[in-house]
Design a protein around this ligand. Structure first.
Ligand code: B3K
Ligand code: ZN
Length: 868
């Protein structure tokens, strides 16, 4: 198979511009007619042909200034028009088949609802167009459809006209005055329940807010609508940004490839990120709804008003918008939990991506399939890079840079360099080296060495950075990064460096190495590195268990305190791996007891600190992983943890009891802590009742799910019994049942494959719904370490068999789920061979999608040991 690679360096401005788009869409489940009228103008060479993008379209006719083009030049992916005038009107009619669109890109039907997904390159599946983000046009859209089944028909912008026909159809015209790229185009048609509200912006403009949900789900939409208002207010207060159109619409649909989409004035959401109430949603779900609603709303400025010149610049809008939604969530909820949550994503997934064949800088240089680049690197590491601007410049200068960015670029399609230039305008710091974060891939590693001279009473510290070569790049240069540092002794006294390199707790590391000295009478000083995770780096500081406990006790930065315990747990698990659990001394256990006792009223902190690093996180501090032994070591440590700390855990469990459910931060913290503690206690037979009681007394989904999760660690009978009860209550609600599918899929059991095969036949399971697929198959591949990595390779084969089928209908989702297979490099050779065998099966498949081809072929081609 040969797939064309697109390169960032090859960017050429479009040869034509399109000023207006007038669309008439005649909605029909299998034969939707799309009539498009474009005003086209030549911008480039006089002899350049007009090459429009189009895929899976059936072309009916083309006319230039009213004259039919008799034999248009059409390929699988293009429509080429030669010798066109410098300025003309182009009319194209195409036909598409929404019902057979299972890839969920372009126009498709989701449970009876017509909807679109155009980012990145879906508009070309609706009509022929210059489907690239730097072609901005004003759209006027008329939808025609059956009045009885499609009473609501929506598109971007403002409603201008509507009417009815004698044949039972009706039509609605929408006009969006803001020029936009085609990826922000959207239409929706269906029959919904509607929630309405309004918002008065800071300049006094009234904005109508409309939220469309499936019939009967009205009560589950209120939280999303309230979240929207909070996001609108926050963006005005924090960035001075107000909404521009008169109406803001959100539609929830059941079939959606990702979380949501920021189409101008008409967001389309996966219903998972809209619907939430006490009975059906966990605290985490509420959190996610609020943050995704905010994320899409914030895109209106960072993405829509200022958009990307080309798709290599994706982090321009995504990294920035993720940073904005993270700041918002931190303000609305708990700053610590937020930071920890994002760092977990970085360590579990982004570090793994950097170490894999798919490694790429936050601004990639080469792409086969754009949909493969909506990655944790572009999004989450991208957000960490924006956070470093914020840290380096300070809040005030960062705001000044943002203001300048909008002042310069409102209404334009720009690059990451334009963003950096706007930030440069706001600061005296030279950002030249910092910009390397955009072009260099890989995770920098920080290490620190120290020497103590007793005579001088002086410690010398050397902080070093190194980025290992990655699959895409051999040469690495030093990065410019802010490193938050505290220096403490065993008594918790904090020290300053002599050179004054550490300012307000921050050291700027620009070279490969920096040295500083500290005067202290004590022989042992502990450097506490990377407070608040000030840069997206790994830290190798070889802390001893005592250092970890000292940091927990005395460091000022809560993130460091959490991280110190994570390192301690990691160290303990390593003792089990090497067969020396006795090295976990009495002092360590009593240190852990004191952690719980000293912080018993700080549910927010303990709710994070009592979580043992996930299997996936542990993989990031190890190589050549033998899955069964790492898993066993982690389990053994968790068991010992529960046994040794039982009295403290049980007391804490009782202390965190909450009254009736409310989604407020203090209650969320308490519930989180209590559920984390329950998961430990569940390992003890003496606490079977605690789990059952937790389940039966729960008045909300957070605690119900907490009990189910905890029961995974206890007796299998209890787990089965609670799961059966859960299913009988929720069997008619697939969104809720996804939690149940995911729990089954992550259950460590011998017959897991037979079990999943059975669940695939469940009446609520459907391969055409991405949420179901992610819940069952995705959870298995990503999080069932023992099942997926079974020594005989059966887990790999099972997932591969499934992907071979899924790829035929939904390549985007298939390419997501293949990720764990492509990360074979981190496992022991026996695993590697089995994983590669399955990857090879995929690669040999005729008609494999571009999405899977890119990831699979890169993964097989990358031999890390020769690469390094
Ligand atoms: N911009 C969309 C993601 C589109 C993904 C296309 N495969 C959602 C978001 O990041 O807000
Ligand atoms: Zn986004």
């Amino acid at each position: 198979m040969s797939v064309q690679v697109k390169r960032r360096a090859d960017y050429q401005p479009p040869a034509f511009s399109i000023s207006t788009v007038t669309l008439n869409i005649y909605l029909h489940p299998t034969k939707t007619r799309v009539v498009s009228q474009l005003q086209v103008k030549r911008e480039g060479a006089a002899d350049a042909p007009l090459v429009l993008d189009g895929e899976k379209l059936s072309l009916t006719s083309v006319a230039i200034d009213g004259a039919t083009v008799s034999s248009p030049e059409v390929s699988d992916t293009t429509l080429t028009l030669r010798d066109v005038p410098d300025q003309f009107s182009l009319e194209i009619e195409t036909e598409i088949d929404p019902d057979n669109n299972k890839a969920l890109e372009g126009l498709y039907r989701s449970a009876g609802v017509f909807c679109t997904q155009c980012e990145a390159e879906g508009f070309r599946r609706i009509t022929y167009f210059l489907d690239r983000p730097d072609v901005l046009a004003v759209y006027r859209v008329t939808l025609h459809g059956d009045k009885a089944t499609l009473p609501t028909m929506l598109a971007n912008g403002n409603l201008v006209e509507r009417g009815e026909n004698a044949d039972g159809t009706h039509w609605v015209t929408w006009h969006d005055p803001y020029p936009k790229p085609s990826y922000l185009f959207a239409v929706v048609a269906g029959d919904f329940d509607l929630l309405t509200d309004s918002y008065t912006t800071m300049s006094g403009k009234q904005v109508a807010l409309e939220l469309y949900v499936d019939k009967g789900k009205r009560d589950r939409g209120q939280f999303a609508l309230d979240s929207l208002k909070r996001a609108m207010k926050w963006d005005e207060e924090t960035f001075g940004l107000e909404y521009d159109l008169d109406i803001y619409m959100i539609v929830a649909v059941d079939f959606f490839n990702m979380g949501a989409m920021e189409n101008k004035g008409l967001n389309i959401f996966n219903s998972k990120f809209v619907l939430a109430d006490q009975a059906t949603a966990t605290d985490d779900d509420f959190f996610n709804v609020e943050s995704v609603i905010a994320h899409e709303y914030f895109h209106n400025w960072t993405g829509n008003r200022v958009t990307c010149r080309d798709w290599f610049q994706l982090s321009l809008k995504e990294g920035l918008t993720v940073f904005r939604d993270q700041q918002f969530s931190a303000d609305m909820t708990s700053p610590l939990s937020n930071r920890v949550k994002h760092v977990r994503v970085m360590r579990e997934h982004q570090f793994a991506e950097d170490a894999s064949a798919m490694s790429h800088p936050i601004r990639p240089d080469e792409v086969m399939e754009m949909n493969n680049f909506y990655t944790v690197t572009v999004y989450d590491k991208g957000a960490e890079v924006i956070r470093m601007f914020h840290t380096l410049l300070g809040a005030e200068a960062f705001r000044k840079g943002m203001d300048e960015y909008f002042r310069r670029h409102d209404g334009q399609a720009v690059t990451c360099d334009d963003f950096i230039a706007a930030m440069q305008f706001a600061t005296d710091l030279d950002l030249t080296q910092f910009a390397r974060w955009y072009s260099q891939s890989g995770t920098p590693e920080l290490s620190v060495e120290s020497e103590y001279s007793k005579e001088q009473g002086r410690h010398t510290f050397r902080l070093t950075q190194r980025t290992k070569p990655t699959a895409d790049q051999q040469e690495k240069l030093p990065l410019y990064m802010p490193v938050a540092i505290e220096l403490i002794d065993k008594q918790g006294i904090h020290y300053q460096d002599n050179e004054g390199l550490i300012n307000n707790g921050l050291l700027i590391l620009a070279d490969e190495q920096v040295e500083f000295t500290v005067d202290a009478d004590v022989a042992e000083l502990t450097p506490v590195l990377l407070g608040s995770f000030s840069a997206p780096a790994r830290v190798n500081n070889n802390l001893s268990p005592t250092d970890c406990l000292t940091i927990f006790k005395y460091a000022h930065d809560d993130f460091n305190r959490w991280d110190a315990l994570q390192q301690l747990y990691d160290w303990c698990i390593a003792q089990y791996e090497t067969g020396h659990p006795e090295r976990i001394s009495k002092e360590i256990w009593s240190g852990l007891k004191s952690v719980i006792e000293a912080e018993q009223d700080n549910a927010e902190l303990l709710g994070e600190c009592l979580v043992v690093p996930s299997f996936e996180t542990l993989c990031q501090t190890r190589a050549d992983i033998d899955v069964a032994s790492l898993h066993a070591a982690r389990e053994a440590f968790c068991q010992a943890f529960a046994e040794m700390l039982e009295p403290q855990l049980a007391a804490l469990y009782a202390r965190c009891e909450t009254q009736h459910y409310v989604y407020e931060q203090e209650a969320v913290n308490a519930r989180r802590c209590r559920n984390v503690v329950l998961a430990h206690l569940a390992r003890l037979t003496t606490h079977i009742d605690t789990v059952q009681q937790h389940f039966s007394s729960s008045d909300n989904m957070t605690d119900t799910l907490g009990a189910l999760r905890a029961s995974q660690y206890g007796e299998n009978d209890v787990f089965e019994q609670l799961m059966a009860e859960f299913e009988s209550v929720w069997k008619h609600d697939p969104l809720v049942l996804d939690k149940w599918f995911a729990l089954h899929a992550t259950q460590p059991r011998e017959d897991i494959l037979a079990h999943i095969s059975m669940l695939k036949e469940h009446p609520q399971f459907s391969t055409s719904n991405p949420n179901r697929v992610r819940a069952l198959i995705g959870s298995f591949a990503f999080y069932n370490s023992t099942g997926f990595h079974a020594a005989d390779g059966s887990g790999y084969k099972f997932v591969t068999d499934y992907l071979l089928t899924l790829d035929k209908t939904n390549p985007q989702v298939a390419a997501r789920i293949v990720t764990p297979l492509t990360q074979w490099h981190q496992y022991a050779v026996s695993h590697q061979e089995q994983m590669k065998t399955q990857l090879a099966r995929l690669l040999n498949e005729k008609g494999l999608s571009r999405d899977l081809f890119e990831k699979v072929s890169k993964s097989l081609a990358y031999d890390k040991h020769t690469a390094n």
